[in-house]
Design a protein around this ligand. Structure first.
Ligand code: CP3
Length: 357
């Protein structure tokens, strides 16, 4: 592409002493790092205030000033070890020219792509022009964050982004996208190829702007039968990891193939990721034995236990720390924070995670 931001990408220095980078390098730590998926968002009154000022959700994502502010809010309030860029996985389809909007109480709405002919409407040429404000947010954050806090850039994995592009939003059964993926693998593969290229360029630009770790969210990896999981989730992820290893030497990559059960083992062995986020259903003894010898694991408190708080949360925090604390580990949720979460429960969680066992 002619319009990619110029400049070489400096290798990431893993020996800087930042807790998340140390865990990703395989270090077993007395007190694990902690951050939470969706740590910025509607459960915080200070987020709701900025969100109301911004107008639409996309305006917020594309405002470097406001996106920087909402990214920093949970860092100030809770002192997490890592900060995840405030953006959304659906910025990539938006930047490819698909019509994307977020409606109050309805979630994302996209003009759906249903067949091979629709792919002609997707354009890589404007990608960096549309996404430039996100790169600006990343560079502001890399200056503004406290020294020990790791800056995580992210994108959706190609399969999960494709589900939204084809279904036109969040779907209950993913019937349309699964039918396309399973019945016409070649034409569906063209959509995945476009997303691999766009996602690689997007993540490379985030690293150039200062992202120190990358996370890829494959929220809907668990809805595919095994051969299609290999073709639609593992293979595109392996391509992305291989490319990013070359273009961004040393950048740690975390994958989140949510809901794939025993498929986590294959995902780790075949994609080359440095870490995986575990969903709440993953048995921890199995993860410690099968996954942790190869990668850092992250997880996996059920977001509803964070809503509940109290003894139920404390007991599960202890269980997770005991089972995963003997290998490379970062405490996190098993999926994103929900809006009804009391912020005091998040403070309590961070306190519990940092108590010596
Ligand atoms: O704090 C962070 O984690 C960083 C920001 C972030 C958002 N979305 C902000 C957001 C991240 C990492 C995401 C990822 C994302 N977005 C995923 C993958 C992870 C997951 O949760 O499964 C997915 C599937 C999306 C797509 C998406 N964005 C949906 C389905 C929705 C609507 C549901 C909802 O929670 O409202 C969004 C909107 C969204 N993305 C919000 C936020 C803070 C809420 C919108 C608002 O404030 O009005």
């Amino acid at each position: 592409m002619g319009n990619e931001p110029a400049g070489t990408i400096p290798p990431v220095d893993r020996a800087t002493g930042k807790p998340l980078l140390r865990a990703l390098a395989g270090e077993v730590m007395a007190s694990s790092p902690v951050w939470l998926m969706r740590q910025a968002g509607r459960y915080l009154p200070e987020y709701r205030k900025i969100r109301a000022e911004a107008g639409s959700f996309l305006d917020l994502c594309y405002s470097p000033e406001l996106a920087t502010e909402v990214t920093l809010q949970p860092i100030r309030r809770f002192g997490f070890d890592a900060s995840i860029l405030f953006a959304d996985i659906l910025l990539v389809p938006d930047a490819l020219g698909q019509d994307v909007s977020f409606r109050e109480g309805e979630g994302p709405v996209l003009a759906p792509i249903r067949r091979q002919e629709d792919l002609a409407g997707l354009e890589l040429t404007r990608l960096h022009d549309v996404l430039a404000p996100v790169y600006e947010t990343v560079s502001r954050l890399s200056v503004a964050l406290p020294e020990a806090v790791t800056l995580i850039g992210f994108a959706g994995a190609p399969w999960t982004v494709a589900t939204y592009m084809v279904e036109g939003g969040t779907s209950r059964d993913h019937a349309t996208v699964r039918r396309w993926a399973l019945a016409e693998p070649d034409s569906f593969g063209q959509l995945l190829d476009i997303l691999v290229e766009a996602t690689a360029q997007y993540l490379e630009a985030q690293v150039r702007a200062g992202a120190e770790v990358l996370q890829l969210f494959d929220t809907w990896a668990g809805v595919l039968p095994e051969p299609a999981f290999e073709r639609c989730c593992i293979a595109p992820m392996r391509t992305l990891v291989t490319r990013l290893r070359q273009s961004c030497p040393g950048i740690p990559i975390i994958g989140f193939p949510r809901g794939v059960g025993a498929g986590y083992a294959r995902y780790v062995a075949e994609t080359g990721v440095d870490g995986v986020s575990l969903d709440p259903s993953v048995p921890l003894g199995w993860a410690a034995e099968t996954l942790q010898p190869h990668v850092m694991v992250q997880g996996n408190l059920d977001p509803m236990l964070l809503v509940a708080g109290g003894d139920a949360m404390a007991e599960d925090v202890r269980r997770i720390r005991e089972q995963l604390g003997d290998g490379p580990f970062t405490f996190n949720l098993g999926h994103g924070i929900v809006p009804e979460t009391p912020p005091e429960h998040v403070s309590e969680l961070v306190r519990l995670v940092r108590i010596p066992l």
